[in-house]
Design a protein around this ligand. Structure first.
Ligand SMILES: N[C@@H](CCC(=O)N[C@@H](CS)C(=O)NCC(=O)O)C(=O)O
Length: 214
């Protein structure tokens, strides 16, 4: 079988969660880290919407990060990130990820933009981020990971966005009313898989040597 190709971008939170799931699922892909200002025609020809991640198989294309995660984890899930022991959890987990990708990402983007442009609304958007995260903070006060005592797909789907929040204003973040979230993030940073997901590769330009990732 030909190895699927993952079009990716190192700092993109959606691509990051896809890479994390691929690593936790012990899958192998050919990784193409792209230049967003010069998207490769090979990617646009199979996925005209032009977002990353895109996973390209011989006969199919996966264009949404959550679908890449689900593809990987349905191939193999040695850490039980889909909570196979409790099938009722999967719809709840996907709903939480959906809410993250709509509600939380929406306010996070506003907060990041307000901070970048020193907008007066910065604190208001930051407060909205904290408000949204209060449910996650409360969950993490009860157990080590977002869904329970073991990690799940939700932890890795949300992690790249929480990381973004933590980097907007590090001083504020370090004393924000989110102590359990902070410990959770540090715990993930300490995982060698996270460092592996963040490895820097040369940008793919059609001639670069294939990067086997996984
Ligand atoms: N819903 C998509 C969103 C992916 C997305 O928006 N990725 C950003 C990069 S972080 C992107 O490719 N944006 C297109 C662009 O910047 O031209 C997914 O979950 O995969």
């Amino acid at each position: 079988m030909t190895i699927p190709i993952l079009y990716s971008l190192r700092q993109c939170p959606y691509a990051m969660r896809a890479r994390l799931a691929i690593l936790y699922a012990e899958q192998t892909v050919v990784l193409r880290d792209i230049d967003m200002n010069n998207k490769p025609k090979e990617m646009l020809s199979i996925s005209p919407k032009g977002t990353v991640p895109v996973l390209h198989f011989e006969d199919t294309v996966i264009e949404e990060s959550v679908d890449v995660m689900l593809w990987a984890l349905t191939q193999s899930d040695p850490r039980n990130l889909l909570y196979h022991h409790d099938l009722l959890q999967l719809p709840l987990m996907l709903e939480l990820i959906r809410r993250n990708d709509t509600e939380f990402v929406h306010v996070l983007q506003k907060y990041r933009a307000a901070s970048r442009y020193h907008d007066d609304d910065e604190i208001e958007y930051r407060n909205q981020c904290v408000e949204w995260l209060s449910d996650i903070e409360e969950r993490l006060s009860r157990h080590t990971f977002i869904m329970g005592e073991s990690a799940s797909i939700v932890d890795y789907a949300l992690l790249p966005f929480i990381r973004q929040l933590s980097r907007v204003d590090k001083k504020w973040y370090n004393s924000a009313p989110l102590p359990h979230l902070r410990s959770w993030l540090i715990h993930h940073y300490d995982d060698p898989i996270f460092s592996k997901a963040m490895t820097i590769y040369p940008k793919w330009n059609g001639n670069t040597e294939a990067v086997i990732f996984g």
